[in-house]
Ligand binder design. Structure first.
Ligand code: CMX
Ligand code: CO
Length: 142
């Protein structure tokens, strides 16, 4: 069951400059940064609020580490902006299967490694009314 908006993923050219914008404009602080080589991103997680299921909602700022990565390609085509939304669930495997059974393309056979030890998968934007949609189970849920 999807229980929260886990995060909004935002593509940017320069992570440090974008982090500084979120800090000075809204007061959001960086909770965590990492490089995810498999996804081709350097990222910063800004914690926005806690949620009813005991987890949190985040802004995920994404800078590509290579041009041929999903975020690199998207930035070249669209410029900076909202890249994806992510719904949180305690059971990413089960929810991915349920969505697949409804005819939506799930991009990975098995969830992969996401931010902060989470497990993630993606739904094809063309099957989701133009929205790249991520499903995520956070580290403390699995
Ligand atoms: N949102 C909406 N539509 C998107 C999109 C996005 N983020 N990315 C691509 N598309 C659209 C394109 O506009 C294009 O549409 P048209 O054919 O109408 O022009 C179509 O999808 C195909 O796009 P493409 O540029 O040819 O890109 P690919 O097919 O090579 O890749 C996708 C698209 C979704 C398969 C790829 O971006 C992907 O695998 N994404 C999942 C992984 C990811 O995004 N990782 C980064 C975030 C990591 C994290 O959150 O931790
Ligand atoms: Co994400």
């Amino acid at each position: 069951m999807l229980t929260r908006i886990d995060h909004i993923g935002i593509a940017c050219h320069d992570l440090d400059t974008t982090v500084e914008f979120y800090r000075t404009t809204y007061g959001f602080e960086v909770f965590h940064t990492e490089v995810n080589e498999e996804q081709g991103v350097r990222e910063a997680m800004l914690r926005i609020n806690g949620t009813d299921d005991g987890h949190a909602s985040w802004i995920q700022l994404l800078e590509p580490v290579r041009e041929d990565s999903p975020v690199g390609k998207w930035l070249a085509k669209n410029g900076e902006g909202v890249h994806h939304i992510a719904f949180g669930t305690a059971d990413v495997d089960g929810d991915a299967d349920a969505v697949r059974d409804k005819g939506v393309r799930v991009l990975y056979d098995t969830p992969r490694a996401g931010s902060m030890g989470s497990r993630i998968t993606f739904l094809h934007p063309k099957d989701c009314h133009g929205v790249l949609t991520e499903l995520v189970t956070s580290a403390t849920e699995h």
